[in-house]
Design a protein around this ligand. Structure first.
Ligand code: HEC
Length: 102
């Protein structure tokens, strides 16, 4: 096996548990307390967000941009959970939502 192919396999193997980890991350960060089913406090459910964010699929810079926006907070009403999550975790969560939030 070429070194290149080996690295590719390694990268893929690393991605699989990562994808599964994101819903757990959303759970750990308390995101589901507002974005679960049924959603609370005027938050859109993750399924609805996933539909809205599906158009960002294939845009490499989208998760970072969306994470920055979310963490910066909106002009009206701050959501502590959005601002407390770390940059890396937020990027992973945005990628998870873009990919369908499953
Ligand atoms: C206290 C309730 C609450 C919690 C907890 C919460 N959210 Fe939200 N979230 C909201 C509300 C309300 C909105 C819609 C208003 C807004 O966008 O500010 C929202 C909007 C969003 C949006 C859409 C922003 C946009 O308009 O594009 C995303 C993405 C999001 N939340 C992700 C998360 C993630 C990830 C977590 C966990 C780290 C989380 N939320 C935790 C209440 C919450």
């Amino acid at each position: 096996m070429s070194a290149r192919r080996f690295l590719l396999l390694l990268a893929l193997a690393a991605l699989v548990p990562f994808a599964q980890a994101s819903s757990q991350l959303a759970l750990d960060k308390g995101c589901y307390s507002c974005h679960g089913e049924p959603p609370r406090r005027g938050a859109p459910a993750f399924a609805e967000l996933a539909e809205r964010y599906a158009r960002y699929r294939g845009q490499a810079e989208a998760p970072q941009r969306l994470a920055d926006q979310l963490r910066a907070g909106s002009l009206f009403g701050h959501i502590a959970a959005h601002e407390r999550v770390s940059d890396e975790e937020c990027v992973a969560l945005m990628r998870w939502i873009i990919d369908g939030a499953r």
